[in-house]
Design a protein around this ligand. Structure first.
Ligand SMILES: *Cc1c(COP(=O)(O)O)cnc(C)c1O
Length: 416
């Protein structure tokens, strides 16, 4: 459920007409809805009830400071994957002990930064990383709280680029390797074992892979307990999908119910961490864009808009499908079309094979772009990144200024 919808043929975000924002701020422009972010956060938090749990929002889905701030005020923790993301969450006042640090390639500098800040734990993904974290912690006179990220080898049935829990993926360690690594870690002075983690992929639309992964992780928890290694928390990762088109992903309540059933049946009382990213932010954002030209093509027309793959990479990167709608429907002839950007790449499309009634100058909204949208943007073709706005009830705030072209080359130097 999101807070974008039509009122008398005008598309609104909460109580603000999107055309008002486009006129004041210009296009392209990302628009986020605060009420939607809050609703999605609560949808994960509430079903866990009294079971000890932390919702650590996956910052990489949308790292805008205002988005982080909204979630932080609700009590969210954060899942980070870089030192840059750590700086961001600290900038909005996050408590470091509610931050977990994931990722396969943590640098020495990032490990130091995380240990000095006092994050709750680091999810480790290899033996080499264990050795590095141990050495860095010893150098600082600290003990690093660690979990290992298990690769449970289950098929998440999602796009191959966002599947992470298969044996052939670069993520996590196998259950067999994990036993050995936990034993090694238990004898190290610079680390302190606190938990176990797992994240099998993104945009999962079925619940079974989550259940299979949890069962396998709990098997490992038992095996560890038999060799005298006890844990305090269990990190289930993120991955719950959203509806872009006609998918039917489990809603957060169904997901929570399934996880709780397994935990209870297996007698597990470990505190649980969840790391939803897309399911919180994805349907909380749209991208406003204006039609520059309509160009007839052999099979269908090209609707050339002022946004492009540099602003929204998902269609080009994953052949992702995003709904495109008219902000004020009613103008133009219905036509078969591709919605494309101005960039010099044939991969620069926003939507292909659509049937839309549009005319030059119309305002369109690309839906479900709140996650993995602006965070993946670039300046390709020397295009400044778009502005971003957060709607809050009947008002809105600019939460990212549109870049200027001068800013784009401010870090560059000419030869003397
Ligand atoms: C990307 C990621 C997430 C969030 O995934 P979503 O599909 O956006 O919910 C959570 N945990 C880890 C470790 C990740 O890498």
């Amino acid at each position: 459920m999101d807070h974008f919808g039509y009122r008398e043929d005008r598309l609104f975000a909460e109580d603000v007409a999107l055309e008002t924002i486009a006129e004041a701020i210009g296009t392209p422009c990302y628009v986020y809805s605060r009420a939607t972010l809050e609703r999605h956060y609560r949808a994960f938090d509430e079903p866990f009830g009294n079971y000890p749990h932390h919702i650590c929002y996956a910052v990489k889905a949308n790292d805008n400071l205002a988005v982080l701030q909204v979630l932080q005020r609700l009590g969210a923790g954060f899942d980070i994957v870089s030192g840059g993301e750590l700086d961001r969450v600290l900038a909005v006042g996050a408590a470091p002990d509610n931050v977990v640090f994931s990722g396969v390639g943590k640098s020495v500098a990032e490990i130091k930064q995380a240990l000095c800040a006092g994050v709750r734990n680091l999810s480790l993904e290899s033996e080499a990383e264990l050795d590095r974290v141990n050495a860095v912690a010893l150098g600082l006179g600290k003990r690093a709280p660690i979990a290992f990220r298990i690769n449970p080898d289950v098929d998440p049935k999602t796009h191959p680029y966002i599947a992470t829990g298969l044996r052939e993926n670069k993520f996590g360690v196998s259950a067999t390797d994990a036993l050995h690594l936990y034993q090694r870690a238990a004898g190290m002075e610079g680390v302190c074992i606190t938990g176990i983690a797992c994240h099998i992929g993104s945009q999962l639309t079925q619940i079974t892979p989550f259940c299979d992964a949890l069962e396998r992780v709990l098997d490992l928890v038992n095996a560890l307990s038999e060799i005298g290694i006890s844990l305090q928390h269990l990190d289930l990762g993120g991955g719950v999908g959203i509806r872009y088109c006609d998918e039917n992903p489990p809603d957060p309540a169904q997901y929570a119910k399934a996880m709780l059933e397994i935990l209870q049946r297996r007698g597990c009382t470990l505190a649980v961490t969840l790391e939803p990213g897309r399911a919180i932010a994805g349907n909380a954002g749209v991208l406003l864009t204006r039609v520059e030209y309509i160009k007839p093509g052999p099979d269908r027309d090209f609707v050339i808009v002022d946004t492009a793959m540099n602003d929204l990479l998902r269609p080009a990167l994953y052949q992702a499908w995003h709904e495109v709608v008219a902000v004020n429907p009613g103008s133009g002839e219905p036509r078969n079309c591709d919605v494309v950007g101005p960039i010099c790449e044939s991969g620069d499309f926003i939507a292909r094979g659509r049937h839309l009634a549009v005319a030059q100058g119309d305002l369109l909204a690309v839906r479900s772009v709140g996650a993995y949208g602006l965070v993946m943007s670039s300046n390709y073709n020397a295009r400044p990144r778009p502005a971003a706005v957060m709607v809050d009830g009947a008002g809105y705030h600019v939460v990212r200024n549109r870049e200027t072209t001068a800013e784009l080359f401010a870090h560059e130097k000419m030869l003397p």
